[in-house]
Design a protein around this ligand. Sequence first.
Ligand code: SF4
Length: 107
Amino acid sequence: MKQTANLTNPYSDDTQSKITSTPAGMAHWAASGPEGKTCRECNFMLKHGHYSANSKKRAGRLKPIKCAKHESMMGRPGASFEPGTPACRFFEQNPNPPALIQSNWKG
Ligand code: SF4
């Protein structure tokens, strides 16, 4: 959320930190879920197994994801965000999470 420079920050430092670290499209605050878990390992992650092929920066890496929990709560798809984002409180363990880097990548 963008703020005007001359206005007082309406949020506590804690809330401001959560706003800053949570990308659009998540179902709840980033890092409000189990410690050490990321959205990549969550059952609500969409686009399982989609890897970038041509991007110089991301080649062989898991593409940005969408969250099915966010979509079910909002009634429409949310923005895509990085799969390595710290998990939120709605996290549900995927027994077979996709690798962050494609296993047969030869880059
Ligand atoms: S942890 Fe799961 S429910 Fe929460 S934002 Fe990430 S993918 Fe969505």
